[in-house]
Design a protein. Structure first.
Length: 412
């Protein structure tokens, strides 16, 4: 038996580790610990080669915070890596898509909504005037972005006539002059100054007023027309806010009248349509109105269709389809169901035989389905009735008559 009472017996023997200690790469600068010595914490000090391999990730901002700090410290000491890092950052900048400088169309609406939540207006804009306020503001933002030379870019105003599509050539500035002259009908009804001033128009109709203004403008309109057009729009919105009431005041268009609330919708619709004409001429992206505003414009056109059908009959154009019964004023009559899909959509029953009749689902003889923007372009004369992408069921002659009546709503 061995004697275990000696001093050497006091220290127990350490068994060899069953799992070997992690190996340390020779690139990291320190040899592995000697055999028999306990493993110890060795701080990671990246070498030049390791840091250089991280430059690509550093340029893409894909490094961890520790790696990024190590690379930043190394670039202050290594000129070669600093030059390569600069080249990599420039290359990454070329790969990134530049941000658009155009503001999102919804930004103005969100900013105004936030402002009005914080402090409601003392005199709010009537609900029926908000589409006009929004569309004139959108067009003004477009005009602010275009260059001086683009004010003279050619624009062709188009509308539907009995012979097909009619047109009139003008410029971007000429379009704004046209909008100002026709908006002047609303301004005059509100007691505001007439933008034509002393210019005499043959008739108080949109086309006559526009032609008179263009003839009297020497030289032709330039970007200077933007300021009076914008001022007039602000004055119209301000005046209807104070004195518009329910919007029942009549506004004369020469051979017909509209109540003020509908005239403001009509002016908002034309502002959008001609803004698209300008945007197309100067290659500027332009979107349709907000869904709620678009719905109101479609509703106005749908309400005007019975009167448009009656005007076509008075002009000698026969009504389509066989009349199954002639409705009296206020009574249900033969009807067409107009279904508008997409943004601003809805359903309307259009009386076919009399503008005083009431649309009736029981007397429905036809059903037409159209996209909202497509229907508006039809009513603006930008799409011919035969080219309208419409789903059609029922009396084909009645459908054709309604599509032609919708196109007849357009004018210069």
């Amino acid at each position: 038996m061995n004697d275990m009472s000696g001093p050497e017996a006091a220290a127990p023997r350490t068994p060899p580790p069953r799992v070997p200690a992690p190996r340390i790469s020779a690139e990291d600068g320190e040899p592995p610990p000697a055999a028999g010595t306990a493993a110890r914490e060795i701080p990671l000090v990246p070498t030049h080669r390791v840091l250089k391999s991280l430059l690509g990730a550093w340029a893409l901002a894909a490094c961890s915070p520790g790696e990024a700090a190590a690379v930043d410290a190394h670039l202050g000491r290594c000129r070669a890596c600093a030059e390569e890092a600069l080249k990599l950052r420039e290359a990454v900048g070329l790969l990134q898509r530049p941000d658009s400088l155009d503001l999102k169309p919804s930004l103005r609406t969100r900013v105004l909504a936030g402002c009005l939540q914080r402090r409601p207006p003392r005199v709010p804009v009537p609900d029926w005037a908000t589409p006009y306020d929004a569309e004139t503001a959108r067009l003004d933002a477009l005009l602010q972005d275009i260059q001086d030379a683009e004010w003279h870019a050619p624009v062709r105003l188009r509308w539907f006539s009995a012979e097909g599509t009619a047109s009139r050539r003008t410029t971007v500035a000429g379009v704004i002059a046209h909008l100002m002259a026709v908006d002047g009908l609303v301004a005059v009804a509100l007691g505001l100054p007439d933008p034509l001033g002393g210019i005499a128009a043959p008739a108080p109709a949109p086309a006559s007023r526009t032609e008179a203004y263009w003839r009297a403008a020497h030289p032709p309109p330039t970007r200077e027309v933007r300021a009076p057009w914008r001022t007039q729009g602000h004055e119209i919105v301000r005046t209807v806010s104070f004195t518009g009431g329910a919007g029942g005041m009549p506004v004369g268009y020469g051979d017909f009248e509209l109540p003020l609330r509908d005239a403001m919708l009509d002016r908002a619709f034309e502002c959008w349509v001609h803004a698209e004409d300008i945007a197309e001429a100067v290659s500027y992206p332009y979107r349709p109105p907000a869904p709620d505003h678009l719905h109101r414009m479609i509703d106005l056109a749908a309400r005007l269709l019975p009167a448009a059908l009656a005007r076509r009959r008075r002009a000698g154009v026969p009504a389509g389809g066989a009349r199954r019964h002639l409705a009296a004023a206020g009574a249900p009559g033969r009807s067409l169901k107009l279904e508008i899909e997409g943004s601003g959509g809805g359903e309307w029953l259009i009386p076919l035989d009399s503008p005083a009749a009431v649309g009736s689902a029981e007397h429905e003889v036809a059903h037409v389905v159209l996209d909202g923007v497509e229907f508006c372009r039809l009513a603006a004369g930008r799409v011919l009735p035969r080219d309208a992408a419409a789903g059609q069921v029922g009396d084909r002659e009645a459908i054709r008559d309604v599509l032609l009546a919708a196109a007849s709503l357009s004018r210069m």
